[in-house]
Design a protein around this ligand. Structure first.
Ligand code: AMP
Length: 399
C-alpha cells in the first residue's frame, strides 16, 4: 500500500510517499515559496538522491501537481502513475472538540474544519488549502485528516478548563486543546514497545522539544495533561514563542510601547522564546555554540528552557501521580545530549537519572537511564508521518 502524507503550511508543503506497513519511505520532499515563485526539493531515501527544481507555484494546486510530477517522473520518480497512490493523509493542526480521532474527509468534515479556522487562524487555513488542492489535482482519491489536537481530547475537564468565566468555554470554545498529538502518541507507543510492557500499565511523560515544544502526561496510553494550550503559544518557551507568561504583560507592552494587539502577538509568536532571550537565534545549535563562546544571554536562554522543561516534567508526573518513563523527541530532544542532561539534572529525586555514556547518542531509539534509575529515560525519534500514513490506511480500509 502507498500513502501520500501531506503537511501543508501557508507557503510550504511537506510530503512523503510511504508504505504504512513496512514503513518504507519511497520519496519525500518539500515545496517552498508557494505563492511567491516556487521551489521543490525531492528526495529518494533508498538511493540518497536529492533533486532541486524551481517550479512556478502560484497556488498549492501547482505545488501538489509538482509533487505528483516528481513522484511519477521517469527520471527521478518512484511510481508509474498517480493510480499507485492508494490514499492521501493530511496533517491538520486544529480539530477543536469535533475530532478526537482521525477521520475520512468528506464535505461534512470540510465544513467542520472551516468552523475550526477561528481557533487556529495561523494554521488551519493552510491545511484546508492543501486538502482542496489535492482534491482538485487528485479527484476521487480517498483522503484522511489527522489532527494535532485529537490525541489530547482525552484530557479531563479539570486539565483543559481555563480559570476564566465558564461561558467563554461553552460559547466560544476557549479551553486547552494541546498540539503535537501525533508525535506524543507515536513516541509513547514506541516507549511501551521498548519497555516490553502494555501501554495501559504505563505512566509516561513525553517531551517533544523542537522549534515548537510541548510536554505531555500520558496515563495508560491517554493524554491527560499537556503544556500547549488554546494555541501552540502556551507552555514551554520555544524557538520564537514565549510559552506561558503572565497575560498582563500584553496590556503593559501595548501601553508602554504604543503597540497594537497584533504587534504584541507577533512579538510573542515570532520574536520571543529562546530567540528573544538570547538575541542570537531561534536554533538551539546556534545558541549552544554562542553559549560555549561565553555569550551570557545564550546561556540564560538555555538555562531558562531547561529549567522550565524540568518543572513541566515534574508537574506532568504529579498530574498522573507517578512516572515510569520520560521520553525525549524532536529536533532538540533527539539531538542535544547537553540539553537532555541539563533537563533531568534536578530530577534524580524522582528516580530519573541518565548515564552520560548512553546519553552520548543522537537520533536512535535508546534507553539512556542509569542501571539504578527507577524511571526509564528514553530517546525516541518521532515519526508523525508514519502515524498519519497508518491512520489513513486503516480508515480507508474501513477499520
Ligand atoms: P524540529 O522542530 O523538531 O524540527 O526541531 C528543530 C530544532 O531542533 C532546531 O531549531 C534546532 O534548534 C534543534 N536541533 C537540531 N539539531 C540539534 C542539535 N544537534 N543540537 C541542538 N539542537 C538541535
Amino acid at each position: 500500500m502507498k500513502i501520500l502524507v501531506i503537511n501543508a503550511g501557508s507557503s510550504s508543503l511537506k510530503y512523503q510517499l510511504m508504505d504504512p506497513e513496512t514503513e518504507e519511505v519511497f520519496a519525500k520532499g518539500l515545496c517552498e515559496r508557494i505563492g511567491i515563485d516556487g521551489r521543490l526539493t525531492h528526495k529518494i531515501p533508498a538511493s540518497d538522491a536529492k533533486y532541486e527544481f524551481d517550479i512556478a507555484m502560484p497556488t498549492h494546486a501547482e505545488a501538489i501537481q509538482a509533487v505528483l510530477d516528481a513522484l511519477t517522473s521517469s527520471a527521478h520518480g518512484v511510481i508509474k502513475s498517480m493510480d499507485e497512490i492508494d490514499a492521501v493523509g493530511h496533517r491538520v493542526v486544529h480539530g477543536g472538540e469535533a475530532f478526537a480521532h482521525s477521520v475520512v474527509i468528506d464535505n461534512t468534515v470540510m465544513a467542520a474544519l472551516e468552523a475550526c479556522i477561528p481557533l487556529a487562524p495561523l494554521h488551519n487555513p493552510a491545511n484546508i488549502t492543501g486538502i482542496r488542492a489535492c482534491q482538485q489535482v487528485m479527484p476521487g482519491k480517498p483522503m484522511v485528516g489527522v489532527f494535532d489536537t485529537a490525541f489530547h481530547q482525552s484530557m479531563p475537564p479539570r486539565a483543559f478548563i481555563y480559570a476564566i468565566p465558564y461561558e467563554y468555554y461553552t460559547e466560544n470554545h476557549v479551553r486547552r486543546y494541546g498540539f503535537h498529538g501525533t508525535s506524543h502518541y507515536y513516541v509513547s507507543h514506541r516507549a511501551a514497545a521498548m519497555l516490553g510492557r502494555p501501554i495501559e500499565e504505563l505512566k509516561i511523560v513525553t517531551c517533544h522539544l523542537g522549534n515548537g515544544s510541548s510536554v505531555c502526561a500520558i496515563d495508560g496510553g491517554k493524554s491527560i495533561e499537556t503544556s500547549m494550550g488554546f494555541t501552540p503559544l502556551d507552555g514551554l518557551p520555544m524557538g520564537t514563542r514565549c510559552g506561558a507568561i503572565d497575560v498582563s504583560i500584553i496590556e503593559y507592552l501595548m501601553t508602554t510601547h504604543d503597540l497594537s494587539i497584533e504587534e504584541v502577538m507577533d512579538i510573542l509568536n515570532k520574536k520571543s522564546g529562546v530567540l528573544g532571550v538570547s538575541g542570537v537565534s531561534s536554533d538551539f545549535r546556534d545558541i549552544e555554540a554562542a553559549a560555549e563562546k561565553g555569550n551570557k544571554r545564550a546561556q540564560l536562554a538555555i538555562d531558562m528552557f531547561c529549567y522550565k522543561t524540568t518543572k513541566r516534567i515534574a508537574s506532568a508526573s504529579a498530574a498522573m501521580g507517578g512516572i515510569d518513563a520520560v521520553v525525549f523527541t524532536a529536533g532538540v530532544g533527539e539531538n542535544s545530549a547537553e540539553l537532555r542532561a541539563k533537563i533531568v539534572e534536578n530530577l534524580a529525586f524522582m528516580g530519573i537519572k541518565i548515564d552520560p555514556a548512553k546519553n552520548n547518542v543522537r537520533g536512535v531509539e535508546t534507553d539512556i537511564s542509569t542501571a539504578d534509575a527507577t524511571v526509564h529515560t528514553l530517546l525516541i525519534p518521532t515519526n508523525e508521518e508514519l502515524v498519519i500514513a497508518q491512520d489513513t490506511a486503516r480508515l480507508v480500509a474501513g477499520k
